[in-house]
Design a protein around this ligand. Structure first.
Ligand code: ZN
Length: 177
């Protein structure tokens, strides 16, 4: 069932999500709702969705970008890379525009680690250890932030980066609040 996606001011998005105790029918139902909700997003399309975004503070997220599809439960970061920055131009090379379905039409240039190794459970309750790199790592880190009550605008603030509102062809810098 397609659920409503909570917007950035909602307190649910600011809570830490609880661990899933058991991957049971209820959890699989929630995952199915998350899939329906993510697939229903057209303008803009989403590349990931975390359970708190549909009102459930549980440690579950989906990634869905080109042929990268994952259902991730109780993720734990085992290892995280640091962007290798040698110069200012190099610095900008590691920035990728990031957005969020809880803040549709807003984007900011964010720098995230270029790889992350995560241990998690899949929808069958199987323990998986996987290394993600590049844009896939960015999606995974964005979604893990959601499970910790963090939004990408917090990361923009930390990095002193601007936020843009995008309407059609028009880009406008806006205040970060
Ligand atoms: Zn998001």
């Amino acid at each position: 069932m397609v659920k409503k996606i909570l917007k950035s001011g909602d307190p649910v998005l600011r809570k830490k999500s609880a661990k899933v105790e058991r991957v049971d029918k209820k959890i699989l139902g929630l995952i199915s709702d998350m899939e329906d909700t993510l697939n229903s997003q057209k303008e803009p399309e989403g590349v990931g969705l975390a359970a708190p975004q549909i009102g459930k503070n549980l440690q579950i997220f989906l990634a869905n970008y080109k042929n990268f599809h994952r259902i991730v439960i109780n993720p734990k970061i085992l290892e995280i890379g640091k962007p290798k920055i040698k110069s200012k131009t190099d610095d900008q090379k590691h920035e990728v525009l990031e957005g969020c379905l809880s803040l549709p039409h807003y984007y900011g240039p964010l720098k995230r680690a270029d790889y992350v190794k995560v241990q998690y459970l899949d929808q069958n309750g199987k323990v998986i250890t996987e290394k993600f790199t590049g844009f896939n790592a960015q999606i995974v880190l964005h979604e893990i932030d959601h499970l910790n009550g963090k939004l990408f605008i917090d990361r923009l603030l930390e990095q002193g980066k601007p936020l843009y509102k995008v309407e059609g062809e028009k880009w406008e810098e806006v205040e970060l609040i």
